[in-house]
Design a protein around this ligand. Structure first.
Ligand SMILES: [Zn+2]
Length: 128
């Protein structure tokens, strides 16, 4: 019983008081921009790669794919620009509106996407 309850507490919430924005590592190769640590960051955020990829491509108005954990985006973008997309993504789809923690899950209710926080229990509708 105890083990089970303990297992449900995300380890991040035990040691971290404030969420730190992860930093994208990017590099430009010809007319493409590569986000080297894309999959790792999205995995750490416990979001789906596909969902984040869709957000990035619509923000960048470009096409991208994921290869070996890296996002390969058509066009040349600066680190700052892509970092901005990531931070917007995190604010919209990861951080709890109430307590600003990242311990959230996206669920769906009657076709509406809901961001549910496992730290404080708050839930808010997400606008795509
Ligand atoms: Zn919360």
């Amino acid at each position: 019983m105890l083990d089970e309850a303990y297992g449900q507490i995300p380890p991040e919430s035990l040691k971290k008081e404030r969420f730190e924005m992860p930093r994208l590592q990017t590099m430009v190769q010809g007319n493409k921009t590569i986000i080297v640590n894309f999959s790792k960051i999205i995995k750490d955020l416990q979001r789906e790669e596909k969902h984040a990829l869709k957000y990035f491509t619509s923000q960048a108005a470009s096409a991208a794919n994921i290869e070996g954990g890296r996002m390969i985006l058509k066009g040349v973008f600066s680190q700052q620009e892509l970092q901005g997309f990531l931070e917007d993504y995190i604010r919209r789809f990861v951080l709890c509106r109430e307590c600003s923690r990242p311990d959230t899950k996206i669920t769906e209710q009657k076709g509406v996407k809901i961001l549910k926080c496992s730290a404080c229990g708050a839930f808010t509708a997400i606008k795509e």
